[in-house]
Ligand binder design. Structure first.
Ligand code: BGP
Length: 462
């Protein structure tokens, strides 16, 4: 029977997570520390309720059961990441054989359950040994990442058909080196720009290595193409929006998707002495790298207005010298997370990809709603999360419209499969299709999980 909102055949339905947020550690697993293991122990006060990475949803131990739970609600695809510091504990040396066994089992189990594995190589989780030499600020780490990527392709490339180099490549630079949210908690624009440039080069190197293998699979990257909306059509607001877009979106999207940095960036960074070192062949490498598939994480729009006050330019250089964030009156909020909900944004992103980025194949790689205090919605042992179903529906309706208008969208992954540990917020906000009981570890499907199952089964909804 046709559905009112029917999606293209072989549409990917599933969810995403990351290694650090789901695996946990077990005695004797041979995993090396990454920056999150380190930061959640040594800067424990920065994490909600002081929960460390040891207390995640135990995918390392429970992967078989978890994959069965995914199959129970009809996922046909699932994204997770490989933990670099699990596979190569010091980031560059010996491969940890326990990790090889684990990831082989995960991949095989997913395939056996007819769930396509989407494998990402880097989700914010620099091995601590490499962070000690500067992480992505140090050019040598590009070569270490390339070697790590090649190791993954060699070990798992025979079965993994969808690879991704990075999740949200802007975030390690912006949150770790400019806005004091992620370790190493540096606040320095030029260092952030250096990290971003090196991440882009690492992405290019991994894609280059991948191409040489001529595998029958695709490679891409997971990004945010955050739509920017000006407060008004006043030229000052429009200029502010242009600057926010330039710094936070185009500076990463254009090198990855168009093969060059936006021309406007260099004169500004040079004038303010913030230009990172770019070596002779870097721009050629960027220009010659193409991806096959783009993942887009969409949570919120960015609303912008002209500055209320002149910034103090004696302070640390910041993109916020050129615009203010705008709190639109009447905006619809997810108050748990403190972000605006704007389903139409997904349509606007699709049209930007279509018009500006060659209508490349893409999929929604994350979208979801984190809610604090979800236990208040438990009835008869089930979270009755109608608000999540409404959220999903509204976004899917806009996505459906985008596809009707010619967007090459291949799938939709919700964040996330089971309530997971989150950077900074730990377990404050729950996002999963399954509820995780932190005391017992029990995972129970929510109403939204059952709704999603029917959507996947019917490839759409009414
Ligand atoms: C994305 C990250 C995810 C996930 C999600 C939810 O940006 O890729 O790893 O954490 O945001 O955000 P948060 O956990 O901060 O609420």
């Amino acid at each position: 029977m046709t559905k009112k909102y029917e999606f293209p055949t072989q549409f990917f339905w599933g969810a995403s997570t990351s290694a650090t947020q789901s695996e946990g550690t077990e005695k004797g697993d041979g995993k090396g520390q990454n920056i999150w293991d380190y930061a959640s122990q040594h800067y424990n006060h920065r994490f909600y309720d002081g929960v460390t990475t040891e207390h995640t949803s135990h995918f390392y131990k429970d992967y078989q059961q978890d994959i069965q739970l995914m199959a129970d609600i009809d996922f046909n695809s699932f994204r997770t990441s490989i933990s670099w510091s699990r596979l190569i504990p010091d980031g560059v040396g010996e491969v940890n054989q326990e990790a090889v066994i684990f990831y082989n089992q995960v991949i095989d189990e997913l395939i056996a359950k007819k769930i396509e594995p989407f494998i990402n190589l880097y989700h914010f989780d620099m091995p601590m040994k490499l962070q000690e030499i500067g992480g992505f600020e140090n050019r040598d780490v590009i070569a270490a990442y390339k070697k790590y990527a090649e190791t993954c392709f060699a070990l798992f490339g025979d079965r993994v058909k969808y690879w991704f180099t990075f999740n949200e490549p802007m975030i390690p630079a912006e949150a770790g080196y400019l806005h004091d949210r992620h370790y190493p908690y540096v606040v320095d624009f030029k260092r952030a720009a250096t990290v971003l440039h090196h991440i882009i080069l690492a992405h290019c190197e991994a894609v280059k290595s991948f191409r040489q293998l001529e595998l029958d699979s695709k490679i891409g990257i997971i990004m945010d193409v955050i739509p920017v909306y000006p407060r008004s059509q006043n030229p000052a607001d429009l200029k502010a929006a242009e600057m926010a877009d330039l710094f936070y979106t185009r500076s990463i999207n254009e090198p990855i998707l168009l093969g060059h940095y936006p021309a406007e960036l260099k004169p500004i960074l040079t004038a303010y002495h913030q230009m990172p070192a770019i070596l002779e062949n870097d721009l050629d490498l960027i220009a010659s790298t193409e991806i096959d598939l783009l993942g887009i994480n969409y949570y919120k729009p960015r609303r912008v207005k002209a500055l209320d006050y002149e910034p103090n330019k004696a302070g640390i250089f910041s993109p916020e010298w050129f615009f203010d964030n705008y709190e639109m009156p009447g905006r619809r909020m997810n108050t748990s997370r403190g972000i605006e909900i704007y389903p139409q944004g997904i349509y606007d992103i699709a049209m930007t990809i279509k018009e500006k980025y060659g209508n490349i194949d893409w999929f929604v790689s994350e979208n979801g709603i984190g809610i604090q205090g979800e236990e208040a919605f438990i009835e008869n042992d089930r979270v009755e999360d109608d608000y999540r179903i409404d959220f999903l529906k509204e976004h899917l309706v806009w996505l459906h419209q985008a596809i009707a208008d010619g967007s090459n969208c291949l799938g939709y992954h919700m964040w996330t499969f089971v309530d997971c540990w989150s950077w900074i917020n730990a377990y404050k906000n729950r996002y999963g299709f399954y509820r995780l009981d932190l005391e017992t570890g029990k995972k129970t499907v929510k109403k939204s999980g059952l709704w999603f199952k029917s959507v996947s089964q019917n490839n759409g909804f009414d």
